[in-house]
Design a protein around this ligand. Structure first.
Ligand code: ZN
Length: 347
């Protein structure tokens, strides 16, 4: 012992220094909507990434209903194009396609983007497109959002009522091809039947990039204790989402966010939990009220956590984990170590 007590701020600094990995962020969609603007990443996101010590971001291609079906492929390609163009404007960013590149980016202090896909609508029913997106850098895929598509069915934002059907033959082909190519399979959003089927036809550790525990918010879009155990048995990782922490605004707090982390840890251990913040408020606030109402009618009204609203708030989470009694080793696994293990195993 040195006899010098480390202050909590110093401890947060030290834990943050290794970087924070967020496996779900709707960045490409926002860059696409702002395609007439330049330097959006630098002017609107970099400060928050830096303040939060963010080192790797799962940048999710997602196609809104209004572009489907006709423009799905084109908008997906444009989202990727904007991500590449914006990434090229600063030495601080890098798009990474494998574990070695992610490590190199982290070692040189860059913010690494891993391109992901939320819902395979851009593929249509053409498996060849999957290869194209792989070549463009897509390294994690969730088959569905809340909708039904050519691969399967999304989980509903209610305690029951999702389709009882699993994957379509195309969905199974996509899963097999992802496993063969080295595209991490993400079970966020898929309905319970699809969830089980993906597990039954794969062997690698699967992830749920951004979700919450049904124990605290009982909707089929979230995951049950049984599903959490299934991920644990496969040594997968569950990223805890900060938008669906509770059905009530009052309980949508940072403490309750940590309850979700703790719940996963209690069920399957510290090696299977990570972060998938799903910060979405910046997009939501840009919408007219009519679209916000449409979201509420179709899915749910999101409740944003006051002190966990954007990437600059990642430090608040680290502080809360310390306050809640997590050890340094546990916090490092939650913030980055578990996702890095998944990248090492898949990429
Ligand atoms: Zn999502």
């Amino acid at each position: 012992m040195t006899g010098i007590e480390e202050s909590i701020v110093e401890r947060i600094d030290r834990l943050q220094a290794g970087g924070v990995i967020d496996m779900h962020f709707d960045l490409p969609m926002d860059l696409y909507e702002k395609r007439e603007h330049r330097d959006v990443l630098k002017t609107e996101f970099l400060t928050e990434f830096e303040a939060g010590g963010i080192s790797v971001v799962g940048a999710a291609i997602y196609i809104e209903d209004r572009y489907l079906p006709e423009a799905g492929l084109r908008v997906a390609l444009d989202q990727i194009a904007r991500l590449y163009a914006e990434t090229a404007t600063s030495e601080r960013f890098a798009i990474c396609k494998n574990y070695r590149e992610i490590q190199a980016a982290r070692e040189t202090g860059k913010i690494a983007f891993l391109v992901t896909m939320e819902g395979v609508e851009p593929l249509g029913t053409d498996l060849n497109q999957l290869r194209v997106f792989y070549e463009l850098g897509v390294r994690s895929i969730g088959l569905t959002h809340a909708r039904t598509n050519a691969a399967g069915h999304g989980g509903v934002f209610a305690a029951n009522g999702s389709s009882p059907e699993g994957l379509t033959p195309f969905g199974r082909e996509v899963v097999h091809e992802c496993e063969a190519l080295g595209i991490i399979i993400d079970l966020a959003h898929i309905n319970p039947a699809g969830f089980e089927e993906v597990l039954s036809i794969t062997t690698k550790p699967l992830i749920v990039s951004h979700t919450n525990a049904r124990r605290y918010y009982d909707i089929e879009r979230n995951i049950s204790d049984e599903q959490i155990r299934m991920i644990g048995e496969r040594a997968g990782v569950i990223g805890v989402n900060c938008v669906l922490v509770s059905p009530t605004e009052e309980k949508s707090t940072l403490d309750h966010y940590v309850d979700h982390i703790e719940h996963v840890v209690n069920l399957i251990g510290i090696d299977s939990v990570g972060i998938g913040f799903d910060f979405f408020e910046f997009i939501y606030r840009q919408w007219p009220e009519s679209r916000q109402k449409e979201l509420a009618a179709k899915l749910t009204t999101p409740h944003f956590i006051p002190d966990l609203r954007n990437h600059s708030h990642a430090r608040n989470l680290t502080r809360k984990l310390i306050e809640r009694g997590f050890s340094d080793e546990q916090i490092e696994k939650i913030l980055r170590g578990n996702w890095m293990r998944i990248f090492r195993e898949w990429l």
